[in-house]
Design a protein around this ligand. Sequence first.
Ligand SMILES: CC(C)(COP(=O)(O)OP(=O)(O)OC[C@H]1O[C@@H](n2cnc3c(N)ncnc32)[C@H](O)[C@@H]1OP(=O)(O)O)[C@@H](O)C(=O)NCCC(=O)NCCS
Length: 150
Amino acid sequence: MKIAQVTPNNKERKNRLVKTVEQLTEEDKNLDFFPEHYKNTKYFEKEYLNRRKYDVIIIEQGNAAIGYIIGIKKTRHVYGVEMHYVIPDMRGFGIAKQLKRALEERARQQDFKLITSYATIDNHASIKLNENANYRQETIGHYVYFRKEL
Ligand SMILES: CC(C)(COP(=O)(O)OP(=O)(O)OC[C@H]1O[C@@H](n2cnc3c(N)ncnc32)[C@H](O)[C@@H]1OP(=O)(O)O)[C@@H](O)C(=O)NCCC(=O)NCCS
């Protein structure tokens, strides 16, 4: 398995990532992990794969992307996790944990001081992941908000 950053000019890597977005869309038909616009591949490419505001990190196995994480540069010091996804067959092997660590490292390198994310209160995997990584958490309504100093 290989962790890599997706850059706008690496077409092959971008295509691999878009395939996992298609899987997410399929899985999410009944589940609704993410708002609708995240699942539109055209929007996804335009918004996330060509703008400096985001860092996109994927994990590859052979020629396929099996998971990804997207970070957003929110303010001068605050960084956020915009999306985090691992394909269903590969869950439970610590892949999301590795992606999150890589993203935190990327945020640190760019001198961000705080990283935030959130999940719905029934997303036990995401909550556990953030707890294990020492994020502070606060529940407001249907969401749990996470934050950690970098
Ligand atoms: C959330 C998600 C990214 C986790 O991916 P993953 O690769 O399976 O996560 P990891 O294997 O790194 O596991 C992280 C921790 O969560 C725990 N965990 C995984 N699934 C769990 C579940 N269903 N219930 C409780 N804990 C769970 C793992 O045991 C692990 O903790 P541990 O290290 O103490 O054993 C993945 O489930 C996913 O893509 N879900 C759909 C999209 C989503 O919800 N994204 C996050 C939106 S905020």
